[in-house]
Design a protein around this ligand. Structure first.
Ligand SMILES: C[S@@+](CC[C@H](N)C(=O)[O-])C[C@H]1O[C@@H](n2cnc3c(N)ncnc32)[C@H](O)[C@@H]1O
Length: 264
């Protein structure tokens, strides 16, 4: 949940604020700069996520894997894998006859994921790859299912990230994308603002990463709404796209399927 990290990267470099997912960011934010921010928060990332969601993010990640329709024997992909939560759930879904490839461009978060894999799922076949979500290092049409958790909001070019997911999925395959979402209800907006101000920022301050987390609220404000995400997915080539929300609209799932024979 670290889009603020991107903002800080840019502010540190030239004092300009980033427009999330905008074209202008492509020229303003270099991958090196963004990578270094995610590497910086790597040591506290899992701890903060667990504390701040009360563990609920694990349930949402299970839901995302369910929406992706990953099945035993599949070749599955998790993009922006971070420390590996979604890749671990995907590995359970595809079983020993399947395989999971997990991609991120933060080498420190990938190291954390590899360490966790050795401890938590030593027998799983997860391939941890350093790579760019905007230029995935795979041929077209090669994955049966894909996930992305809290990655889309952090991409410097959201349409390109969606095009890449569409390109690497097999016809009929589905990607499920989990991210934070701005509720339309004023009551839930107030609850989300309170949660960010009263819980997230103080906890991040305690762990020395305040500036990376205090801009979550504006980053969610700039993130495309569910309807806009559906439109972007269709423009990226997906045949079907649906956006679901949970906990009063504070969390969202974009589920997009590539044209082809749809799986059961
Ligand atoms: C908020 S974290 C989410 C990590 C994990 N998916 C989770 O749900 O806990 C966002 C991740 O996106 C990665 N990321 C952002 N832009 C990326 C890009 N262009 N290519 C690859 N990874 C990227 C970051 O390195 C970071 O690990």
């Amino acid at each position: 949940m670290t889009s603020p990290a991107l903002e800080r990267a840019l502010q540190e470099s030239d004092g300009t604020e980033i427009e999330a997912g905008s074209k202008s960011r492509e020229t303003e934010v270099t991958p090196d700069r963004v990578q270094s921010i995610f590497n910086h928060i790597a040591p506290v990332y899992d701890n903060l996520n667990d504390r701040l969601s009360g563990g609920l993010h694990h349930i949402w990640k299970q839901m995302a894997v369910g929406w992706s329709r990953a099945q035993p024997g599949d070749r599955a992909l998790d993009v922006c894998c971070g420390s590996g939560d979604l890749a671990f759930v995907l590995a359970e879904a595809v079983g020993k006859s399947g395989s999971v490839t997990a991609v991120d461009f933060s080498c420190q978060l990938l190291d954390a994921a590899r360490d966790r894999a050795q401890l938590e799922l030593p027998a799983s076949a997860i391939d941890w790859l350093e790579g760019d979500a905007l230029a995935l290092p795979f041929e077209a049409d090669c994955f049966d299912a894909a996930t992305m958790g809290y990655g889309l909001r952090n991409l410097t070019d959201i349409p390109q990230g969606l095009r890449e997911l569409h390109r690497v999925l097999k016809p009929g395959a589905t990607v499920a994308i989990l991210d934070m979402h701005r509720p339309s209800s004023p009551v839930f907006r107030a609850i989300q603002d309170w949660y960010l101000d009263a819980l997230v920022v103080p906890a991040a301050t305690e762990l020395g990463v305040k500036s990376e987390y205090e801009y979550i609220a504006p980053s969610i404000d700039r993130f495309p709404t569910g309807d806009e995400q559906v439109r972007l997915a269709r423009e990226a080539g997906f045949d079907r796209a649906v956006h679901y929300t949970t906990i009063g609209g504070m969390m969202g799932f974009l589920v997009a399927t590539k044209r082809g024979t749809e799986r059961e």
